[in-house]
Write a protein that binds this ligand. Structure first.
Ligand SMILES: *Cc1c(COP(=O)(O)O)cnc(C)c1O
Length: 380
């Protein structure tokens, strides 16, 4: 962390903390923007900026020079618009019922991925007597959201449609960009080049955090990273030029001796083979520690870091608590009242995801409201 910085937030009453390094998040966005220049770099801030607090994140990224944000829902659009009055804001989920009027009112651009959505936006445009801005999402093989090729060709030939809305972005999304060697990347790139060429002069966007590491051919006019801005590594094979920016810690509530043969936790899944010391920590599945980090099936489970030492989870993760084996730690290293690190130095978000049978994205976005959020920010 940098010298000329300060921490905001209070530890009073906190059983757990998420420390969000806004200085590093700004640096991460700038590094990604430099990587893709002359393409533009947006920021995806859906799901409350991946659980880190949209308010602080949007303000920080705006100050860093970001002018385009992607959110998912109408609620998120309203928050983003309040924080970034002059930014371009795109709404990825399109036009759920009632959304069109909110977006038109807020100057938010929906990402349209069905003919129905396009018709609704075109009708609203005609009613208001102005071509309202929007993006279209083309499906190039993910088969999640996006217009199929047939519909795209249809639209491109329909002067009526093109006249009634203001098409500002053509985008698609990659399925396997976390693996640079997957031939599906190339297939989707070619499909996107072909279909987006039907809208000459309209800016294009294909890549998220992992896609932008596939090289300049994938950058087009705008890239849309989310996870990498927050310090996550979407691809283990092609790491992004970013550094971790999030630390998660929870208090040690108790440290106790457990005799050989005794068990720890619900369903007695872990039995001490030796005289053991068990630390009980104030975070559980209600806080986003996956129950699958308990490793009941014998595979390695999750860990925490206590005073620089890794300690494995033992027994079941419960709603409010986890139990860890601190027998091998130096005497006195695990002390009630001190914090254990769940994510941080020596324990990445990706590690926490992997040992729970999931991905870092899920770990990050599920961290619960009981964690006190502390922000580390530039003092200037
Ligand atoms: C969530 C999302 C992104 C951002 O993805 P990251 O992997 O977090 O960079 C970009 N585009 C679309 C369509 C998304 O849904």
């Amino acid at each position: 962390m940098t010298v000329n910085a300060r921490m905001s937030g209070s530890l009073a009453g906190a059983t757990g903390t998420i420390t969000i390094d806004l200085v590093q998040i700004a640096a991460n966005w700038k590094a990604l923007a430099a990587k893709v220049a002359p393409a533009q770099c947006a920021a995806v801030v859906k799901a409350d900026a991946y659980g880190l607090g949209a308010e602080r994140i949007i303000a920080t990224l705006t100050q860093a020079g970001c002018t385009t944000f992607f959110i998912a829902t109408p609620d998120e659009a309203e928050i983003a618009r309040k924080l970034a009055p002059d930014a371009q804001i795109y709404a990825l989920d399109g036009l759920v019922e009632g959304a069109a009027t909110v977006f038109a009112h807020q100057g938010v651009k929906p990402v349209l991925s069905t003919i129905d959505d396009i018709s609704v936006w075109a009708a609203l445009s005609r009613m208001r007597g102005e071509a309202l801005p929007a993006a279209i999402h083309i499906d190039t093989g993910l088969h999640r959201l996006g217009l199929p090729a047939r519909d795209v060709r249809h639209l491109a030939a329909d002067a009526n449609f093109l006249g009634s809305i203001r098409l500002e972005l053509v985008m698609s999304h990659l399925a396997s960009a976390d693996n640079p060697r997957d031939p599906k990347n190339r297939d989707q790139l070619l499909a996107f080049e072909t279909l987006s060429a039907l809208f000459p002069g309209v800016p294009r966007s294909l890549a998220a955090s992992d896609g932008l590491m596939l090289g300049p051919a994938y950058h087009f006019d705008l890239v849309r990273p989310g996870y990498a801005i927050y310090g996550g590594q979407a691809s283990q094979l092609a790491p992004a030029p970013v550094k971790p920016a999030v630390r998660v810690a929870a208090r040690i509530l108790a440290v106790a001796d457990v005799a050989p043969g005794e068990t720890v936790g619900y369903s007695a899944t872990w039995r001490a083979k030796r005289p053991s010391r068990i630390a009980t920590i104030a975070a559980g599945y209600a806080d986003g520690v996956p129950r699958t980090a308990s490793a009941p099936d014998g595979r390695p489970g999750g860990h925490v870091m206590i005073a620089g030492n890794l300690a494995p989870l033992v027994g079941r993760v419960s709603m409010d608590l986890i139990t860890v084996d601190v027998t091998d730690l130096p005497d006195g290293a695990a002390k009630p009242g001190e914090f254990a690190t769940l994510i941080g130095e020596g324990l990445t978000i990706e590690d926490a995801g992997f040992t729970a049978g999931t991905i870092g994205y899920e770990i990050l976005t599920r961290l619960g409201p009981r964690f006190t959020r502390l922000y580390f920010e530039s003092a200037a």
